[in-house]
Design a protein around this ligand. Structure first.
Ligand code: FAD
Length: 392
C-alpha cells in the first residue's frame, strides 16, 4: 500500500488498480535487488548492464497477464507509473525500457499495418524483437522535420537507404533501428525497420558523455542499406505521422523526468536524515527543510501533470501540445529538483555514493532528448497563439 510513501505525497498511485500495483511491486523488487546494486559502477564505466536485459524481459511488463486478459491493453496510467518506477532507480534503465516499450513498440503500433502489428507486437512485448528509434541526424536535431536528409529510394519491392543518424540510444544491443528517411520520389517521410547488423549499417559509440553514461548512444551511417517493402511501416506517409509518434514518446519522457525527481528526492531525504552536523541531523535545519519541500513540491506537481496527461491519453483526447507542455515543464522542474538534491548532500553530492550525483548528471540528457525545452515550448506556443515560431 505504501509503494510510493515518500514520493507520492498526494497518493496518485491510489488511482491504480490492485493488479496494476502488484505488477509495479514486482518491478520494484527487481529494481531494488538486481538493478540498484549495479548502476553506480556501470555508470562510472560507461557500460550498460546487459545482464539485466533478460531478467527485465522475463518480468513481462509490457503485456502482464493480469492486465491483458481478454486482449486488453494496459492503461497509460499503468505504463506511466511503470517508467516512473524504473526512472526512480535509474534514468538509463528507464531510457532503455522506454526505448523498447514506448519508442519502438508505439511506433510499430501507430505506424504499422494491422498485419505488421499482429506479426511483430507479440514479439516486441516479449523482447524477442527489440528496437530503437532513429530520427535525429548529425546535421538535423531540432529542425529534423524540415531537414530530414536520410533518403530512401524504391527499387521494386526493395528500398535503398542512405544517410546518417546520431544519438541513437541502445542500438548496440537491439535488433532493429526504426529509421526515418525521406522518400526520394515524393519527398515525404517514411519509416523502416532496419536490422542493426544489415550490410551497410555502421554503428559507432558516442564517447565522453557526462549524462546517461550507461546508455550506449550511437552515431550511425547507412550506406546503400537494402530493406524489403514488408519492413516499411505502412501507415507512415509523412512527417505528420512521425509527429504522432513524438506525441506519445514525449508523454513517456515526462514520466521519466518525474521518476528521476522521485529518485533524487528520496536519496536526498535519506542522506539528510543520516548526516549529522552541529550535533544533529542536517534534515533538522530550516534551510535544508526548505530545499526538501521545494523538491517535494516540484515532484508532486509533476506527478499531478503526468497522471492527468495519462488519463487524457486513456480517454483519447490528448494533443501534441499537451505532451510537449508536460515534457518541457516537468523536465525543467526535474533540473531544479536534482540540483537541490545534489546541494543538500554537500561534497558527497558529487560522488556516485549517494545516488544524487547520478540523477543530477543524467537529468541533463532527459532535459534535451525527445525535443529540447525550447522546441517543446515552441510547440505549445504555436498551439496557444496560432502562430508558428519555427523558421527555416
Ligand atoms: P540542436 O537542434 O542543434 O539544438 C541546440 C540548441 O539550439 C538547443 O538548446 C535548442 O533548443 C536550440 N534551438 C534549436 N532551434 C531552435 C529554435 N528554432 N528556437 C529556439 N531554440 C532553438 N534521437 C533519436 O532519434 N533517437 C534516440 O534514441 C535519441 N536518443 C538520445 C539520447 C541522448 C542522451 C541525447 C542527448 C539525445 C538523443 N536523441 C535521440 C537526439 C535528441 O532528440 C536531440 O539531441 C534533440 O532533439 C536536440 O537536437 P540537437 O542535439 O541536434 O540540438
Amino acid at each position: 500500500a505504501d509503494l510510493y510513501a515518500r514520493s507520492d505525497q498526494y497518493g496518485y498511485a491510489s488511482l491504480l488498480t490492485d493488479d496494476e500495483r502488484a505488477v509495479l511491486a514486482t518491478l520494484r523488487t527487481f529494481l531494488e535487488t538486481q538493478a540498484a546494486p549495479l548502476v553506480a559502477e556501470h555508470w562510472e564505466r560507461g557500460e550498460f548492464p546487459t545482464q539485466l536485459l533478460a531478467p527485465l524481459a522475463d518480468l513481462d511488463l509490457m503485456a502482464p497477464p493480469s492486465l491483458t486478459a481478454g486482449g486488453a491493453r494496459p492503461r497509460q496510467l499503468f505504463e506511466g507509473f511503470r517508467v516512473f518506477e524504473l526512472a526512480r532507480t535509474d534514468a538509463s534503465l528507464a531510457t532503455y525500457f522506454n526505448g523498447q516499450a514506448s519508442l519502438f513498440r508505439s511506433n510499430v503500433l501507430l505506424g504499422g499495418s494491422a498485419e505488421q502489428v499482429a506479426r511483430w507486437d507479440p514479439l516486441i512485448t516479449r523482447f524477442q524483437m527489440t528496437g530503437v528509434f532513429a530520427l535525429t541526424e548529425p546535421e538535423h536535431g531540432s529542425d529534423i522535420a524540415g531537414g530530414l536528409a536520410t533518403t530512401a529510394r524504391r527499387e521494386g519491392d526493395t528500398w535503398v537507404i542512405d544517410g546518417a543518424k546520431r544519438w541513437i540510444g541502445s542500438a548496440a544491443y537491439s535488433d532493429y533501428l526504426t529509421v526515418v528517411a525521406r522518400d526520394e520520389a515524393d519527398g515525404k517521410a517514411k519509416a523502416f525497420l532496419v536490422r542493426t547488423d544489415a550490410p551497410g549499417v555502421e554503428l559507432r559509440k558516442i564517447g565522453g558523455k557526462i549524462a546517461l553514461r550507461m546508455v550506449n548512444n550511437a552515431d550511425i551511417t547507412l550506406t546503400e542499406v537494402r530493406v524489403g517493402e514488408e519492413y516499411r511501416l505502412q501507415r507512415v506517409n509523412s512527417f505528420a505521422d512521425i509527429a504522432a509518434m513524438l506525441r506519445a514518446m514525449r508523454a513517456g519522457v515526462a514520466w521519466i523526468a518525474t521518476g528521476v525527481q522521485a529518485g533524487a528526492y528520496e536519496a536526498a531525504l535519506r542522506y539528510v536524515l543520516e548526516r549529522h552536523q552541529f550535533g544533529r541531523p542536517i534534515g533538522g535545519f530550516q534551510l535544508v527543510q526548505d530545499k526538501l519541500v521545494r523538491m517535494l513540491g516540484n515532484l508532486t506537481a509533476s506527478l499531478g501533470m503526468v497522471v492527468r496527461l495519462a488519463q487524457q491519453q486513456d480517454a483519447g483526447v490528448y494533443r501534441d501540445e499537451d505532451s510537449a507542455l508536460a515534457k518541457a515543464w516537468v523536465s525543467a522542474r526535474m533540473r531544479e529538483t536534482v540540483a537541490l538534491a545534489r546541494e543538500v548532500a554537500g561534497g558527497e553530492g558529487i560522488t556516485l555514493a549517494t545516488d544524487v550525483a547520478r540523477f543530477f548528471a543524467d537529468a541533463e540528457a532527459v532535459y534535451t532528448y525527445e525535443g529540447t525545452n525550447e522546441i517543446n515550448t515552441l510547440v505549445v506556443g504555436r498551439a496557444i497563439t496560432g502562430l508558428s515560431a519555427f523558421t527555416r
